[in-house]
Design a protein around this ligand. Structure first.
Ligand code: PLP
Length: 392
């Protein structure tokens, strides 16, 4: 399929097998561990599920590459499978990596607890202050790693500076693009070498599988695939089928979520009982200008605090909500709400959380595809309920 087609068309048609298998409109699930030997002369080309080369894997990889305007794509068993495998394919004993300081919890844990044991060193950088990065680079530095939108304050790093810095220093630029999704940001278009996703979130969009993807320069993706073949974090064909099905509606879902999150953020920002609201689509957000420059939409994730910042009252508020489900994860069709101090950032001490701006009363909201008005009415009734309680 011509790569000039638009996003919505690529989501449906890019990468699909031609001719269709048995004429089926949908790609079947190839539930076969092994395939007939076809004269392959490289171990990695033998057709076997763990070697990530069944039709289900190949079609998804090509579709992902097409929607992010990149050379190559690869799927894996989970976001963490692709993140750990990618880092292990690039870094060796003695190497060093620079990473943004507010990483996804699992990535932070992997980097700080597992990499040192392999002789791999790291330094954290402030993603919004490129002038400070030069001081931390070393002869051994192999890569710079950031997240498109960082959890839970929704900060966007200086993305163009990351690409320039990587080029100037001949190191690999890697971005976790999970929160933005390919609808709002396509890292390869800005020059990133590799884009990683937890497809568990927006790409699948239905909170029913875990999955991961690596998209970018063909030579690098090939190395990641070889490492994935060895480490074995392979996507199951049935999960591949669900991801493929979920991706077809990615654009419809994310565009609705962009719009809905913007309206909810504006509603919350005006509400007398609400304190700070963190959403890149708000002009008050410190990353607004950066997000507006590089993104096609501001995403479905926002966070906020009640004005009096009381953790118990915040829990009462979460209990009073009838629509959003109180659960970790994000990017699904249903709205989810959490208090990061009790979920994603439970691993940090109260002081460490405070240092990075995460109070115990901070609430993170993942906008689903419910009617925006119903979500706002639900916030309204829950806020009324808790303020009535306090007044009594
Ligand atoms: C969820 C998430 C991950 C990890 O993905 P899994 O699919 O849970 O392994 C990595 N990065 C970000 C930004 C995430 O939100």
């Amino acid at each position: 399929m011509s790569s000039s087609k638009r996003m919505e068309t690529k989501l449906i048609h890019a990468g699909e097998m031609r001719p269709r298998v048995g004429g089926a409109v949908n790609l079947p699930i190839f539930q076969s561990a092994t395939f007939e030997y076809g004269g392959e002369d490289d171990y990695h080309d033998i057709r076997y599920i763990r070697l990530n080369n069944t039709p289900n894997h190949i079609v998804l990889g090509e579709k992902l590459a097409a929607i992010e305007s990149a050379e190559s794509g690869l799927v894996a068993a989970s976001g963490m499978a692709i993140i750990s495998t990618t880092l292990l394919s690039i870094l060796r004993n003695g190497d060093h990596i620079l990473l943004q300081d507010c990483l996804y919890g699992g990535t932070h844990d992997f980097v700080t607890k597992d990499l040192p044991g392999l002789g791999i060193d790291y330094d954290f950088i402030d993603g919004s202050d490129p002038a400070s990065w030069e001081k931390k680079i070393r002869k051994q530095t192999k890569a710079i790693y950031v997240e498109a939108i960082a959890n839970p304050l929704m900060d966007v790093p200086e993305l163009a500076a990351v690409v320039e810095f990587a080029r100037a220093n001949k190191i690999i630029s890697i971005i976790d693009n999970t929160f933005a999704s390919p609808i709002n940001f396509r890292p390869a278009e800005l020059g990133f070498d590799l884009s990683l996703h937890s497809c568990t979130k927006y790409l699948n969009g239905h909170s029913d599988i875990v999955a991961g993807a690596c998209i970018g320069k063909a030579a690098l993706v090939k190395d990641v695939k070889r490492k994935l073949n060895h480490l074995g974090g392979t996507m199951d064909p049935h999960a591949a089928f669900l991801l493929h099905r979920g991706m077809k509606t990615l654009s419809l879902r994310v565009k609705h979520q962009n719009e809905s999150a913007q309206k909810i953020a504006e509603y919350l920002e005006k509400h007398a009982d609400i304190g700070a609201v963190n959403y890149p689509g708000l002009e008050s957000h410190s990353s607004h200008a950066r997000a507006a420059k590089w993104f096609d939409g501001f995403g479905g994730m926002l966070s906020f605090e009640l004005k009096d910042q009381d953790a118990d009252k915040t829990d009462e508020f979460l209990k009073a909500l009838q629509l959003p489900i109180c659960a970790p994860s994000l990017g699904g069709v249903e709205s989810l709400i959490t208090r990061p101090a009790t979920t994603s950032h439970l691993g940090l001490s109260k002081e460490d959380r405070k240092k990075i701006g995460i109070s115990d009363s901070l609430v993170r909201f993942s906008t689903g595809i419910e009617a925006t008005e119903d979500l706002i009415e639900d916030f309204e009734q829950a806020l009324k309920k808790i303020s009535a309680k306090v007044a009594r």
